[in-house]
Write a protein that binds this ligand. Sequence first.
Ligand SMILES: Cc1cc2nc3c(=O)[nH]c(=O)nc-3n(C[C@H](O)[C@H](O)[C@H](O)COP(=O)(O)OP(=O)(O)OC[C@H]3O[C@@H](n4cnc5c(N)ncnc54)[C@H](O)[C@@H]3O)c2cc1C
Length: 454
Amino acid sequence: MSIGLSSDKSVRDAYEADASGLHLVPDLVARPESVDDVIEVVRKAVSDQTPITCAGAQTSTTGASITDKGILLSLLALDRISPPDEKGRTINVEPGALVGEIKRTAAAAGLLFAPDPTSEEESTIGGAIACNASGARTFKYGATRRHVRALKVVMASGELIEFRRPDLEKNTVGYAFAHDPIDWFIGSEGTLGIIVEAELSLLPLPHHVVGLAVLFKAERDALNFVIATRESPQLSARCIEYFDGSAIEIARSASAGLIPPDATGMVYVEEEISDDLDSTLVRWMELIETIGTDLEPLVFDGEARLREARRIRHSIPATMNERGNSFRSSGGRKVSTDWAVPYRRLPEAIETARSLVSEAGIDEPVIYGHAGNGHPHQNFVARDTRELASIEAVVEETLRRVLALGGTVAAEHGIGKIKRRWLPLQMNALQISMMTAVKTALDPLGLLAPGNIL
Ligand SMILES: Cc1cc2nc3c(=O)[nH]c(=O)nc-3n(C[C@H](O)[C@H](O)[C@H](O)COP(=O)(O)OP(=O)(O)OC[C@H]3O[C@@H](n4cnc5c(N)ncnc54)[C@H](O)[C@@H]3O)c2cc1C
């Protein structure tokens, strides 16, 4: 058995970055090829008291999958995807499997793995589970948590334990947070255990889905359309995504000018068709008329067109990452917010966020994202350390205002290392001490992912 531990500088350098803009070089890199290898790495780390940080594809935006303390454990080689159980609608996967590959395997059997982070073609299921990743279609299907039935986890002691969701409809035994230990690991950002296998739930693959990009000349109209869509009894959107004028500009160049130049607000929706395309489109046009716009919506009908819409959507975070990376040498980077508010508070939250930016005199961010869940991303680009400090001060004040509206500081990307300082804004001392107690019980030596979350 080889646990593939390397102290070679070039190997360590290859794992120093994720999508956060931070750079941390690990002391050692382990690239296990089996569950036994993972157990071996953990046992050795326990005896040496060396910390271990898991990494999938390192697309984390929060510095969660990089470390300068101990071992960086890459799970990419554990990437097996078993054939789906078509009757039971489940699929077993190893953590290094790409989310997009799992979706294709399920689709070939007429089944859907619903979680759809925008990064699905470049991120792993281990990372998606550890961050409870979500995506546009989370609006209909829920985040990754809802689709995980069982996990095999290598604990901080080196013990391998299988956790399976109980199939109970009622249960009053003990504290609720101990009813289903699977939920401890989902969203734990590698701090409580190492996921080495997952059994995922699948759904029937929808037969026909249509996407619509609804265009407006005013941001407020677009945001009102988001609320109208959520509250429409006639329509059943599976995603409701918002794009401001700057996000539209990026989407326009990625779509070869498909979007007209006078659109300054866009809402992209998808619906799984239950009757026929024409009746579905008529219902959408009726809703659009209640808000009013003289711009024609763009229709994305069929799998190839939906993929095209997804590619255009993905161009926005990808472009902003590139812009942020280009200022790395001067200490700059992309700063992405991940806050969310109850959906009806979204127009107010965006207005507040914009006014804080303009009071501080910094460049307007690009705003886009999962508006149906009250969850837009503001993407800023800091060109140097001075701009970074000004942006972070504005973001912190925005988070305080968002919390006052009943919101959260992080809705899908997790806390990692970058957002750790904002955890106490949202969680009180009692909540943090409960999390610390769980961490201490599961990882008494504090070896797993030091610096993430707590
Ligand atoms: C362009 C772009 C778009 C994005 N869009 C979205 C989006 O729409 N929705 C969304 O939720 N996120 C999004 N993200 C963030 C990121 O892609 C997701 O969080 C993704 O799930 C991370 O997967 P990964 O394989 O890259 O994990 P990594 O970045 O390698 O790791 C993420 C975390 O998971 C832990 N981890 C990884 N594997 C394991 C394991 N086997 N056991 C225990 N812990 C583990 C790591 O320690 C770390 O804490 C985006 C990122 C980029 C760059």
